[in-house]
Write a protein that binds this ligand. Structure first.
Ligand SMILES: NC(=O)c1ccc[n+]([C@@H]2O[C@H](COP(=O)([O-])OP(=O)(O)OC[C@H]3O[C@@H](n4cnc5c(N)ncnc54)[C@H](OP(=O)(O)O)[C@@H]3O)[C@@H](O)[C@H]2O)c1
Length: 170
């Protein structure tokens, strides 16, 4: 099964100038805790923006062009095919962005771990796609250096016409 892990602001902004628009240590820790021991998929641009190693995880990078070099990772040449081939997998596979990768993966995703950040980023250039039929499973409010944010665990109804949960507009 595929799960999305993402942080976005009030306008669904996820990035600016190829990087995260904020630095929230608790969110980085949250990402590490959730993804540890799992498969994690990044788009090539997001992967290039990560300066640290990602020990303890099996890292996949979606790239149509890049040859393997440097940090250890597995290459996905056709992300659409990867989604189709793994959609019934029993293990949780984390989709970790960015915008292009989230957009393609969203129809396949049941669970979303969302960090909802109480900011309005100026000059953002990467956004999370519009989501509907989200059911909030849990919510934890936090604050760091004056910035408020919430960790949400959500489920998305994949099949239409069978939505019994609370429809939430984030
Ligand atoms: N806030 C968050 O939670 C969060 C999380 C992740 C990322 N971000 C932000 O999102 C931004 C980056 O997003 P982005 O949309 O520009 O880039 P991206 O999704 O990270 O990567 C795009 C790349 O993925 C590869 N790709 C796309 N479609 C593919 C396919 N069908 N098969 C195989 N590979 C494919 C291509 O790589 P090649 O060009 O190598 O072929 C493409 O250039 C950054 O600002 C980053 O910081 C934010």
């Amino acid at each position: 099964m595929f799960s999305i892990i993402v942080a976005f602001d009030k306008n669904f902004c996820i990035g600016a100038n190829g990087d995260l628009p904020w630095h929230i240590k608790q969110d980085l820790r949250h990402f590490k805790e959730l993804t540890m021991g799992h498969k994690v998929v990044f788009g090539r641009k997001t992967f290039d923006s990560i300066k640290k190693e990602l020990p303890g995880r099996v890292v996949y990078v979606a790239t149509k062009t890049r040859r393997k070099a440097g940090k250890p990772y597995l290459v996905i040449r056709d992300f659409g095919k990867f989604l189709e081939e793994n959609k019934n997998s029993d293990e949780e596979i984390f989709i970790a962005g960015g915008e292009q990768i989230y957009k393609m993966a969203l129809p396949y995703v049941k669970k979303l771990y969302i960090t909802q950040i109480d900011l309005e980023v100026q000059g953002g250039d990467a956004f999370f796609p519009k989501i509907e039929n989200l059911k909030i499973i849990s919510k934890k409010d936090c604050v760091e250096n004056g910035v408020k944010f919430s960790f949400l665990e959500c489920e998305r109804e994949i099949a239409k016409n069978c939505d019994t949960g609370t429809k939430t507009k984030l």
